[in-house]
Design a protein. Sequence first.
Length: 351
Amino acid sequence: MAESATILIPDISGYTEFLTKTELVHSSHIINELLEAILAANDNDFVLSEVEGDALLLYRKGTPIEADALVRQCVGMFESFHKQIKIIERDSLCQCGACKTASNLSLKFIAHHGTVQEIKVMQFTKCSGLDMVVAHRLLKNRIPSDEYILVTPSCFEVASLEQAPGALAWERSSEEYPAIGTVQYQHAPLAGVRKTIPDPAPRPSPVIETGRHSVAVEIDAPMLPVYQLVIDLDQRPRWLSAVERVDRPATTERIGLRHTCIFHGLTVEWRSVKSEIGDDEITYVEDGRIIDKDLPARASFVLKRLGERKTSLQFSAKWLSDPEPPREMTNAVLADYKLGLEAIKTLCEAG
């Protein structure tokens, strides 16, 4: 049965360029995280019809939502989106293209009220209809900005908005679309809103003892690619043979990230606690606990640039318990990581 509904499409701009110019896995993780941040700010009971790559298709059945409520909804989603980008920037360990350029992404909104038809297939509900087509066509327009709210008169007229201090600057325009005709709309840029979004509180950078038990290797490869391999949790079983499995969230590597690995049959929970990246030296630290033995530990990696294509990589182990476990256990861990560093050397030097 056809029903009236407000259609809302938050669309991430720069998505295609983001994917084609950066690493696919991390860019996909970031896009998914940002879409979740947008949904987390859904305060007006919009229903998710589907995820369309870089956009969400939302709808709310019934009469048009109040004008000010709809604008507040869009602004709230916009702020949640950019706050999450700022958190990614603050906490990111990774130096890949995706993680370093996430701040280039932007967000726009299309809002239109009309008639929709719900189609249910198993547990999924999808909306269709001419007004859905109109909303999607409006994504292609001549607005000279990547961040804005576009609303058709079927949702509200600008005159119905409260003109509070700092209100958005609305303009009227229209587009001509084949088989649809002329569509009138109102739009307001969001650049001013973006400037008001505060940065998250800085994370403390603690002074951390790296431990006196260590092994090292010299690698004929630049420092940054070596670092990228060390922090990439998905790659860890490739070079640390004692790791049987790594369980981690579907997100990019960052400070505070927790993951679990099975190491020689033991369950070890780790958390990334520090990453200092300089031109000639990088320090990366994880704190963890061997669950089966209730034994806290620290794993530290220090990389030093020895030349344009030569890097020193040192692993240090530190037990955070008193007393420490027997020396034989420390020696076994160092032996595993010595083999791991040699494997990193082989992988990096192979290109």
